[in-house]
Write a protein that binds this ligand. Structure first.
Ligand code: SF4
Ligand code: FES
Length: 665
């Protein structure tokens, strides 16, 4: 700790920080444009100037390390004058288009001109002209507004590892630009530059001219487009969702979100089904939704068996309810899951694992059967930062590895995996694996070959006691579903005697084949339209998790997060939970629910019957797992992964342009 003085008040602060950080810690705000907590220091905007005793000129606080006995003045006449001049210099070339700028109301330049700028202009010359740039399908660059803070350039170079943005030209002709023509493919985190840009130079195409910040109501929620569960703010203008912004959560997503999280929201309004449908004389007839629900209840009452098929994208409360119902109506009701990616009966949860903690202790990372940059762009960027800062090695077994991580490719097949475990692989020479802290990140496709997570975990731990294993789950509540004893529907479950209810499932060839071939009667509970819904007997439109009710989701680490979006008119929609309560005339008693208070108790004890694993014979497992067939990728398209992203027009368009590899500008 060192002693410093700010505005003649003494403070003790850490000695390895900058003056700007010291001021922030003790509660003094310094204006800034180029400085950002997550990026390196550029020191080019000069807005954070301060006066230091003994220095003839003002200094940049963001680039100046703190020294003992420093006497800092953050509001002296010299500092105020310097700030006024900086603002004047920035406004020399900045257009006065605040009334039509999307950043208006949350623009750093607007705020700081008001706070520190002069009230009159001395500029009587033409301003610099600059062409707008179409950076990607998400971002419009209005480059006359750019103040060249280079936050966007540093974000791309440092966080995403792509160098597609840079400063072109010099002096008065400096511009932010790119020579790259495939911007969408470069990184899946590009939307974050919209938040980072302190002015309105990089704006969101989807938010353009839609609303002003003071008209919006921000509601906290959880991202449901992948397995990580990033924290987000949903911006409502009256009842319409106009944008999604990241909510800072240091342990989960930091201050960033992926592009599909940011832009999926149009799915909540397009392709929605707004009334119920019943099939009569082979025609779909539109009826009020309660009527359709009543019809479904009658079907369930009349028929002998009902099989409910659910996806891994429903809230945990629905799983709990269905679990109760299967206990109560064991003779007539079965609940199965359906996932085209994995055989869910073969993936059972391990103990929750904090990704950050596991990463901080790891000195060797092995990616097995996962293309992390497609499956989870945020985790991929965390891994990248770690590999750069601490010079750790990353090895990968599978196709589709990401070059931004600098991964050492091992093999397409599992042959080498067991050599690595046994410490016999020549690839990892120089590593004492027994002592090293290895972090295995396993893709879901690994479990298609019959091995269970617990088996794999204990196998790895038996060879490498200090290792951690995490499954990269793709869907928003895969972990939650694994906490229940529900397993995937197999071919023999598709029985003509049973009536089927499909919950929140989109089109799937395997599912459709099973249903159509056997001419099975089925009903669909879904917020979105689909081919499967068109051929059903009854379609009940349901609400999504973003439209009311308390919803709990477990992310891929096993972390539970709940959110509730209240008081929106469309919260009156029928939720899947309500539909089952109505059909079976059953409501979970709040006391019973308290029993399942997953925040404090271990739900596994109640629902998950632990199976005692047999002695693990590595030779049998090796035969089972190792064959000459290469490991398939779990995902090929970053954008079309969940029920929300698959129904978003914005993401469908971007996915299409990705595949076309278009020339941008
Ligand atoms: S585009 Fe925005 S973030 Fe990038 S340099 Fe210009 S002002 Fe800064
Ligand atoms: S914030 Fe310090 S120079 Fe820009």
């Amino acid at each position: 700790m060192v002693k410093i003085e700010i505005n003649a008040v003494e403070f003790y602060v850490k000695n390895n920080i900058s003056v700007l950080e010291a001021c922030k810690i003790v509660g003094f705000y310094l204006p800034r444009f180029c400085y950002h907590e997550t990026l390196s220091v550029a020191g080019n905007c000069r807005m954070c100037l301060i006066e230091i005793n003994g220095m003839p000129k003002p200094m940049t606080a963001c680039a100046l390390p703190i020294l003992a006995n420093m006497k800092i003045w953050i509001n002296s006449p010299m500092v105020r004058k310097a700030r006024e001049n900086i603002i004047e210099a920035l406004l020399l070339q900045h257009p006065l288009d605040c009334p039509i700028c999307d950043q208006g109301g949350e623009c750093d330049l607007q705020d700081q001109s008001r706070n520190y700028g002069s009230d009159r202009s001395r500029n009587f010359f033409n301003k610099r002209g600059c062409e707008d740039k179409n950076f990607s399908d998400f971002i419009l660059g209005i480059m006359t507004r750019c103040i060249h803070c280079t936050r966007c350039v540093r974000f791309n170079a440092e966080i995403t590892g792509s160098a597609f943005l840079g400063t072109l030209n010099r002096g008065g002709l400096t511009e932010i630009g790119s020579y790259n023509s495939q911007l969408n493919k470069e990184t899946y985190l590009i939307g974050n530059v919209i938040d980072l840009c302190p002015v309105g130079a990089l704006t969101s195409k989807t938010y353009s001219f839609k609303a002003r910040p003071w008209e919006l109501k921000s509601v906290e929620a959880i991202d449901l487009t992948d397995g990580l569960g990033c924290n987000i703010y949903i911006g409502f203008k009256e009842t319409e969702i106009v944008r999604i912004l990241p909510k800072i959560n240091v342990t989960l997503n930091g201050s960033f979100i992926s592009d599909k999280t940011r832009f999926f929201f149009d799915a909540l309004t397009t392709y929605r089904v707004f009334s119920g449908y019943i099939k009569q004389n082979n025609k779909f007839i539109s009826v009020p939704k309660m009527h359709a629900l009543q019809e479904l209840a009658t079907f369930i009452d009349c028929l002998l068996y009902t099989t409910v098929i659910i996806s891994a994208e429903n809230d945990f409360e629905l799983y709990l309810l269905l679990q109760h119902l299967t206990y109560k109506y064991a003779e007539i009701l079965r609940v199965k899951t359906f996932s085209s990616k994995i055989n869910r009966s073969n993936i059972k949860l391990g103990t929750p694992l904090n990704f950050n903690e596991a990463l901080s202790t790891a000195n060797l990372i092995v990616l097995v059967s996962t293309s992390l940059y497609i499956e989870n762009a945020i985790l991929n960027s965390k891994l990248r930062n770690k590999s750069l800062l601490q010079n750790i090695s990353i090895y990968g077994i599978s196709s589709g590895l990401n070059v931004s991580l600098g991964t050492n490719f091992i093999n397409f097949v599992f042959t080498t995996f067991f050599f690595i475990l046994k410490g016999k692989s020549s690839l990892l020479k120089g590593y004492s694996l027994l002592k090293s802290h290895t972090f295995f990140l396993i893709g879901e496709t690994f479990f298609q070959r019959g091995i269970e997570f617990n088996q794999l975990n204990s196998l790895i731990k038996s060879f490498l006691p200090h290792s951690n294993v995490l499954t990269i789950r793709l869907l928003s509540n895969s972990y939650g579903l694994e906490k229940t004893p529900l397993v995937n529907a197999v071919r023999k479950d598709f029985n003509r005697k049973s009536f089927f209810v499909l919950v929140h499932l989109l089109d799937n060839i395997r599912l459709a084949k099973n249903l159509y071939q056997k001419k099975i009667f089925y009903s669909v509970l879904n917020p979105f339209g689909s081919k499967l819904a068109r051929f059903s007997s009854i379609l009940v439109p349901t609400s999504t998790a973003f439209e009311g009710g308390l919803n709990t989701f477990f992310n891929l680490e096993g972390r539970n997060q709940s959110f509730e979006i209240k008081s929106l008119p469309f919260a009156l929609k029928i939720s899947a939970r309500f539909a089952f309560e109505f059909c079976f005339d059953y409501t979970i008693n709040p006391l019973e629910l308290a029993l399942y208070n997953f925040k404090n108790t271990n739900i596994n004890l109640i629902f998950f019957k632990p199976t005692f694993l047999p002695f693990i014979n590595i030779n049998i497992l090796t035969k089972q797992l190792v064959n000459m067939y290469p490991i398939k990728k779990s995902l090929t398209d970053f954008f079309l992964t969940s029920i929300f992203t698959q129904t978003s027009q914005i993401l469908a368009k971007v996915s299409q342009t990705d595949r076309k590899q278009f020339i941008n500008f």
